[in-house]
Design a protein around this ligand. Structure first.
Ligand SMILES: [Zn+2]
Ligand SMILES: [Zn+2]
Length: 141
């Protein structure tokens, strides 16, 4: 696999190895195998992580992206608030800045309950919202 030329799912340019990732110099995106991604996030979060992949709607103008390895169409997925494209077999595509954004949120994917808010995709505002909802329900009538 290492010697096969990988092509950028974003712009079709050649990807070049950069540490754990394969980078596109043209559009600054990054391709990462899922095992490597989990490794990077675990390093960043200093704990074990679990990636709660969610299907998402493709954005307008998006689509036609192909896996860098097998060239099958990538599935639109989301991790927390970050929209990504994924081949379940081969890896995940990050547009420019998406990888940095995901790393900044690494902690929210921690499997250790002490490091984790609720189900890992809830931000503080939502949590406060559901708390208020629960209160409202309690005090109804
Ligand atoms: Zn590219
Ligand atoms: Zn693939």
């Amino acid at each position: 696999m290492a010697d096969a030329q990988l092509l950028c799912p974003g712009c079709g340019g050649a990807l070049t190895s950069a540490g754990y990732t394969e980078r596109c110099k043209a559009c600054d995106g990054a391709w990462i195998g899922e095992d490597a991604l989990v490794g990077i996030l675990q390093e960043r979060a200093s704990t074990r992580v679990f990636l709660p992949w969610q299907p998402r709607e493709a954005k307008p103008g998006e689509g036609g992206r192909a896996c860098a390895v097998c060239k099958q169409p990538l599935a639109p997925v989301a991790l927390g608030t970050i929209a990504l494209d994924r081949c379940a077999e081969h890896g995940v595509w990050f547009d420019a800045k998406e990888l940095a954004a995901l790393l900044a949120e690494a902690k929210q994917f921690a499997t250790d309950p002490q490091d984790r808010n609720n189900d890992g995709v809830v931000d503080e505002k939502d949590e406060r919202g559901s708390f208020l909802d629960a209160l409202a329900r309690l005090f109804k009538r």
